[in-house]
Design a binder for this molecule. Structure first.
Ligand code: ZN
Length: 273
């Protein structure tokens, strides 16, 4: 299976907020999403990144406009999913499925561009979002306007997938494709239902938002204020960051959604071969 990550945009953040003890300097965080090509199951995305639906689309609610104004994202349109797919000779309808690691705006903004794709996500979290008051969702960084209506009809809930064992002390996870190549790993704490993906063959753990920077991951440094305050569950988040650090310490590679440094798994301009 081929694995790559594209960068949908940048968002500036002070390092001291990203990790306790960080320097007083601004870092340009990436907002990655994944592109997978499985020999049997086809092309899949991991999240969709940030997009104009969250930042500039007319008709956005007040909360989404305030979110966009506060975070000052810069879109990388040449690395948007449709642009990357185009360079791979594919269209959005060729995407077999989208794995939604959690429902924060910078992970689901472009979901509406894939109305035919299978969705893999944490079903109970989606049900709670649908039932919750707008203010509750907004407080957790979730904007239901970005989650297409009727998504449930094409949803595979990660809790229904078969369980398999994982290397590097990660315990077990949910086997997405039935061949152990792509395993959903619960990494709670950052957001409700948040998970990562382990690619055992490549020795890669996509830990998504279990940490913001790879730097300091080994010391399991907690984020600084105010990021610590927006965590769904601080104790669980610390445990999840420690799981990712353990994978790294055992010789595996860890990839994060927002880490500013380029990695070997960042996609070349042409996309996956
Ligand atoms: Zn997030």
């Amino acid at each position: 299976m081929q694995i790559g990550f594209a960068n949908s945009g940048f968002v500036p953040a002070p390092e001291t907020v990203l990790r306790r003890g960080g320097a007083w300097r601004w870092r340009d965080l990436r907002v990655r999403y994944g592109v997978l090509r499985h020999p049997v199951r086809g092309v899949w995305l991991i999240d969709t990144g940030i997009g104009p639906q969250a930042l500039s689309a007319p008709g956005r609610g007040f909360a989404l406009r305030a979110y966009a104004a506060a975070l000052r994202y810069r879109l990388c349109e040449t690395q948007a999913p449709h642009a990357v797919l185009d360079r791979m000779g594919l269209r959005p309808r060729d995407v077999a499925g989208v794995i939604v690691t959690h429902f924060h705006a910078d992970h689901v903004a472009r979901l509406a561009e894939f109305p035919m794709a299978r969705i893999v996500a944490h079903g109970p979290t989606l049900a709670r979002i649908r039932a919750a008051h707008d203010l509750v969702n907004q407080r957790h960084g979730v904007f239901p306007d970005l989650i297409p209506q009727g998504l449930e009809a094409r949803l595979t809930c990660v809790t229904t997938l078969p369980r398999v064992a994982l290397p590097f002390g990660l315990g077990e996870g949910a086997d997405l494709f039935g061949d152990g190549s792509c395993v959903v790993v619960e990494l709670p704490g950052h957001a409700a239902g948040h998970f990562g993906i382990a690619f055992a063959e490549a020795g890669l753990l996509y830990a998504c938002d279990a940490a913001w920077l790879r730097e300091g991951l080994a010391e399991a440094q907690a984020p600084g204020l105010p990021l610590r305050l927006v965590l769904e569950d601080r104790t669980a988040a610390a445990r999840s960051a420690a799981l990712a650090a353990g994978w790294q310490a055992a010789g595996g590679q860890v990839m994060l959604c927002h880490d500013p440094e380029p990695t070997a798994f960042d996609l070349p301009e042409a996309g996956l071969p």
